[in-house]
Ligand binder design. Structure first.
Ligand code: DO4
Ligand code: MG
Length: 278
């Protein structure tokens, strides 16, 4: 089942049927450990309306309310190698090597809801950076109790030159206005997401493809529950929380995003998150 937050209201998609959801408080709705069952009950008690489908074309909002967005890093081999390369001059390489193998994962604060771009909205590159990439990441939604109840596509926009200059600059490379995007929906399966799920990143410039790659989430070094347990060790989340699980796709070193580029992140079962770079 897929849950969409739109400017006109909340829409549930199940078996290609579209159901209006009366709940007005998004945060209360999604912060339920039995979210899948709650949504299933709606499909049996509410009439579907095919016209709701139109709301999903132009009126989509990021599926976030008052939650914080956190992110895990260096969870795929490709990310470890890219970090080691970009920080070679700063001597930071061994940090990434060590965190990839360490028991404690890299987890960092990514964004407040205000810094998250909606589907079809604008993600930004910093004015003081000249080497930028999108990071396409499966993003978990956990309830306040730490239960993973939903998934979405996430973009962890990153300034590679700032991150590579000094690992202590990570918060500036990762967190700024428009540095994240989430959507197009919350995918709420009854069981954990299929480990063979693929993530695809496509980048278009002037309507031409300039980058296209994909990876299976089975390539990830860590378990989702492992990341969540570290995040919830000493943090509580009144409305639940989003956690980006790291990127396994990094464009080659001579690639940087430009303003006007279109970034598409597709994850099987969830859909495609489309954003323009501004
Ligand atoms: O250590 C830097 C961040 C890495 C990251 O965001 C990722 O691997 O996705
Ligand atoms: Mg990342």
């Amino acid at each position: 089942m897929r849950l969409y937050k739109t400017r006109l209201g909340i829409v549930l998609e199940a078996n290609e049927q579209y159901y209006p959801i009366e709940a007005t408080d998004w945060d209360q709705l999604i912060n339920q450990d039995n979210l899948h069952e709650v949504l299933q009950t709606i499909t049996t008690s509410v009439s579907s309306s095919p016209e709701l489908h139109h709301w999903l074309h132009t009126d989509l909002l990021a599926p976030i309310g008052r939650q914080e967005v956190w992110a895990a890093g260096v969870t795929y081999l490709r990310s470890r190698d890219a970090r080691m390369e970009e920080s070679q001059d700063a001597g930071g390489g061994s940090f990434y090597d060590r965190v990839y193998d360490a028991e404690r994962p890299e987890i960092f604060f990514k964004a407040t809801p205000e810094r998250v771009a909606d589907p079809l909205g604008t993600v930004r590159i910093r004015k003081d950076s000249h080497w930028n990439v999108p990071e396409p990441e499966l993003t978990l939604f956990m309830t306040s109790s730490g239960k993973i109840v939903a998934y979405t596509c996430g973009n962890d926009m990153s300034s590679r030159d700032i991150e590579g200059e000094n690992p202590l600059y990570l918060p500036q490379a990762k967190s700024y206005d428009g540095s994240a995007a989430l959507g197009p929906c919350l995918y709420v399966p009854g069981t954990p997401i299929d480990p063979h799920t693929h993530i695809r990143l496509e980048i278009h410039r002037n309507r031409e493809s300039v980058y296209d790659n994909k990876i299976s989430i089975s390539q990830m070094k860590r378990q989702h529950t492992e990341l969540v347990s570290f995040l919830f060790r000493e943090c509580s989340f009144a409305y639940g929380c989003f956690l980006m699980t790291g990127t396994g796709i990094v464009p080659p070193d001579d690639f940087t995003l430009q303003r006007g580029d279109e970034v598409q992140i597709t994850i099987d079962g969830i859909g495609t998150l489309v954003n323009t770079v501004g």
